[in-house]
Design a protein around this ligand. Sequence first.
Ligand code: 4HQ
Length: 246
Amino acid sequence: MRFDVLTLFPGMFSSPFQESILGRAIQKDLMDIRIINVRDFALDKHQVVDDTPYGGGQGMVMKVEPIARAIEWARSEDPSAWTIYLTPQGTPFDQEKARTLSSRSHLILLCGRYEGVDERAREMFINEEISIGDYVLTGGELAAMVMIDAVSRLLPGVLGSAQSAEDDSFTNALLEYPQYTRPFDFEGRCVPEILLSGNHAAIALWRRKEALKRTAARRPDLLAKARLTRKDEELLEEILRGGDRV
Ligand code: 4HQ
């Protein structure tokens, strides 16, 4: 899968994708990230990429021509590329959207700065607008990184066989159960004994109950959407009745 990132701040991308899992995925040619400086597509000799808004008002707006030329360049070998603009006005990004996008072979991500991009760039070149959440960033770069991270870990071969994308929260629609590793006793707080029992069925049941407990307490909205089994309903009843601490 290819990601083309269009940005005025290419330096922001130098380290995040060289590390760990994504760094390895790129080295293994499972994916490819090209960072494209929109300024390189400005035509004038001072390479101006922004201007004041028509109608007045604060700040600067990214000009349409350099964006148009950068997107056309990124698309030139591959007209099927899907172009996304990161903005708080977009559709909220979630795991389902990550899964849908992971089946595409080429994404172009446009990162806006300042007051955003000229509306005509959106109308003419953008297939989809996506928001990573209801807060305001200084630019779309971090939003693009979040999206690339969530999408690329779903690509075949990116996660090791020990890890599984299918196992995660949201894939199951529940939050994950608590995890422990050594030491058994940290400052008097011990690991739940059941996890040392070697009884795999009992451990699976305990984990499912903890996941349900945590989801009910923190994200009742997720619980309402989850497809629960009979056993889950039973466990939830126990949780409510027993007043298990969360
Ligand atoms: N911005 N999700 C403003 C975001 C954002 C978000 C990107 C700030 C676009 C012009 N992007 N620029 N939230 O806050 O995607």
